[in-house]
Structure formats: structure tokens, C-alpha cells
Design a protein around this ligand. Structure first.
Ligand code: PEP
Ligand code: MN
Length: 354
């Protein structure tokens, strides 16, 4: 399904990524408004805060719910910032809109559930509000795209995606693995869909926010959503990943935004060389397939089986070792030759069955 999209139209400072910042949760009116004012003083235009918090286990702080929505109104009135919060049920949508929340996002746990996504989509019919859909907790691009399609199908055209990383059983550096290839593939599949990076939930640690922001910018992501709290150590949720508005301002000020449109002549020349090499590779692959079909003909005439395991192993081992010598991972080379071999077998089957 093709998405029908309009620009998000969110405020940003000339050519910089747009930034949504604020605490993981709206804990108290004072914490919410104080954080918002500090962020506004640093030039932030958009304020996030969780009103309903999805918690892994019951008993944690599950958000203040409706009680906290007037605090968001105060933030808007006193700072002029746009406000954003997570919605997970049709009730949340209805309440958030009633209190004038400007931007809605869908959390990772909700995106993973098509029933929940459909009920959100139904609640959003006829509503013109920007909606950002976080990636599902599991690394499944189709599920992410499906969720976006459901919301878009309800007529929401100001749509974006948030990359917040993917759950994995053995946590090493990251709280949620970034698996950058997934947002990159999303960009390839839906080029005009804005993608926002969430370094807070990917990193899970304050010291990872800056490098993750830079990586996101280097990959051409459009915006950032970052957790910021006036007193991070005392936060009621996600304390270890929240940073003060001061630190946030510093991190944003050292971000290098590279221009992806202006390429140097140098890179243009290098790309020409790559194109030429790719053309040659295609030529060689076509020749290899032609010869493979001839071998297929030979096997047919001599009653041989198509799969000659020894020969196949020999190719994989030889090329794998060769790869290692040229500085290419031998497993990667084996994968490439497995794929080539698969196509060869397919083409020989066609010859055999003609
Ligand atoms: C959040 O943004 O605070 C949050 C709960 O995020 P996620 O859905 O990515 O876990
Ligand atoms: Mn959080």
C-alpha cells in the first residue's frame, strides 16, 4: 500500500533536525512545568512527556493519566511549545485531543499489536494531528510499516516514524539494539516518511545520547526525540537515560549536520567508479549464469543430478578463504556465493525440466 503523506510541519531551526524533548513521564506539575521552561529557555520548540506509561511489570509508576493533561496545557500556555504524548488506546487519543496535545506518538509495545493499532487508527479517523509511530519492540519492518499503513489508512497524512531500537535478550551496550539497517530500509521503502531517532530508549544510558544523535544525523534522520528532566537522578521512570536541559543543549550544539545534497567532486568521481564496477559485476554474473545453464544442459544429457555437493562445498571454501585474504569477511563471501549458487540451481532446474 502506498502511503499518502504530507509534511509533518514541525518547527525546527534552519536546516537543523527538529527536536522533541522532555521527561519520560509527567510526574508532578512542578517537574513538568519546570523542565518545560528550562527547555524553552534553550530554544526547544516541542515538549514530550508520558501521561500513560506502559510498564513491564505492574506496580511501577504508570503515569498520572488525565490528571497530568492540564499540566501540558500550562506548558503550552507558558512556553509556547507544542506538546507531545504517547497514546495506546482510543481513550488516550480522545483525552489527549480534548486537552489540546499537538503531537501524538504510538509506543513500541503498541506498534507490535495490530489489533491495538487498528483501534487507534479508528479513533484517529477524521483527525488532523501529526502522529509518530515508534518501531515495534521486535525487529520486524513489515509490522512497523503495517502500523503506519493503518494510521495512514484512517486519513492521517502528517505521519512519521520513531526509531527507538529493538529488544534483545542479551543486553550489551544498548538498552535496545539500534539495528540501523531497519530504519535505513524503511527510508528506502517509504522515502518521504520522516524518521525521528530516539537515542534515549536505544541507549538507555546518558553517555550514549550524544554518539547516537550524531550517528542518526550522519544517516540523514530528520529529527530527534530525547528524554530530558530537570532532575534526572530523581526521575520516576527511565532515570538512567534522562539528561538535564543544559546537557541536552550542549549535545545539540556539538552535533555536526552534514549536507547530503552537496557532494564533492571527489565523491562523484568515486561513485562513477563504483557504478562501473557494479556494471562489470552484473556482466560477469550474467555470463556465469549462461555457463551454468550450459552445465545444466550437460547434466541433463548425462543423467547427472543438479546438486553436486562436493563442487558446491569447494566453491564456498575456496571463495571464503580468498575473501579473507582480500580483507572481506569470509562468511559474507560465503553468503554471496550461496545466493549465486541458489540462482544457478534454479536456472539449471529450468533447463532440466524443459
Ligand atoms: C517513552 O517514550 O517513554 C516510551 C515508553 O518509549 P517506548 O515505547 O519506545 O518504549
Ligand atoms: Mn521513557
Amino acid at each position: 500500500m502506498e502511503l499518502e503523506l504530507l509534511p509533518l510541519g514541525l518547527p525546527s531551526d534552519n536546516e537543523r533536525p527538529f527536536v522533541i524533548a522532555g521527561p519520560c513521564s509527567a510526574e508532578t506539575e512542578e517537574q513538568t512545568v519546570t523542565t518545560a521552561k528550562q527547555l524553552a529557555d534553550k530554544g526547544c520548540h516541542m515538549f514530550r512527556a508520558g501521561i500513560w506509561k506502559p510498564r513491564t511489570k505492574p506496580g511501577g509508576f504508570e503515569g498520572n493519566g488525565e490528571k497530568a493533561l492540564p499540566w501540558m496545557q500550562t506548558v503550552k500556555q507558558e512556553t509556547g511549545m507544542l506538546t507531545a504524548t504517547e497514546v495506546a488506546t482510543p481513550d488516550h487519543v480522545e483525552l489527549a485531543l480534548r486537552y489540546g496535545i499537538d503531537i501524538l506518538w504510538v509506543g513500541a509495545r503498541t506498534t507490535a499489536n495490530p489489533f491495538a493499532m487498528q483501534s487507534l487508527a479508528d479513533a484517529l479517523k477524521g483527525v488532523d494531528v501529526p502522529v509518530l509511530v515508534k518501531n515495534p519492540v521486535n525487529p520486524d519492518l513489515e509490522l512497523w510499516i503495517g502500523a503506519l499503513e493503518r494510521i495512514n489508512g484512517a486519513g492521517v497524512k502528517r505521519l512519521g516514524a520513531i526509531h527507538r531500537g529493538f529488544s534483545s535478550y542479551d543486553k550489551k551496550i544498548y538498552r535496545n539494539l539500534p539495528m540501523w539497517q531497519i530504519p535505513i530500509e524503511l527510508r528506502r521503502r517509504i522515502p518521504n516518511l520522516p524518521i525521528v531517532n530516539d537515542p534515549s530508549h536505544i541507549g538507555g544510558r546518558r553517555d550514549l545520547i550524544a554518539p547516537l544523535c550524531q550517528q542518526a544525523m550522519d544517516l540523514g534522520m530528520d529529527g530527534l526525540i530525547i528524554e530530558s528532566h530537570c532532575n534526572p537522578d530523581a526521575a520516576w521512570s527511565d532515570a538512567s537515560q534522562q539528561i538535564t536541559p543544559d546537557i541536552l543543549d550542549y549535545i545539540l550544539s556539538i552535533l555536526v549536520i552534514r549536507d547530503e545534497i552537496v557532494t564533492t567532486e571527489n565523491i562523484t568521481a568515486l561513485r562513477k567508479q563504483i557504478d562501473e564496477i557494479d556494471n562489470n559485476l552484473m556482466d560477469l554474473l550474467a555470463k556465469r549464469m549462461r555457463i551454468s545453464r550450459e552445465i545444466g544442459q550437460y547434466k541433463k544429457e548425462h543423467g547427472m543430478t543438479i546438486l553436486q555437493t562436493n563442487r558446491y562445498n569447494e566453491i564456498l571454501e575456496k571463495r571464503g578463504a580468498q575473501g579473507a585474504l582480500c580483507g572481506i569477511d569470509s562468511d559474507c563471501i560465503k553468503q554471496i556465493f550461496e545466493t549465486i549458487h541458489e540462482e544457478s540451481v534454479k536456472q539449471q532446474m529450468e533447463v532440466l525440466n524443459k
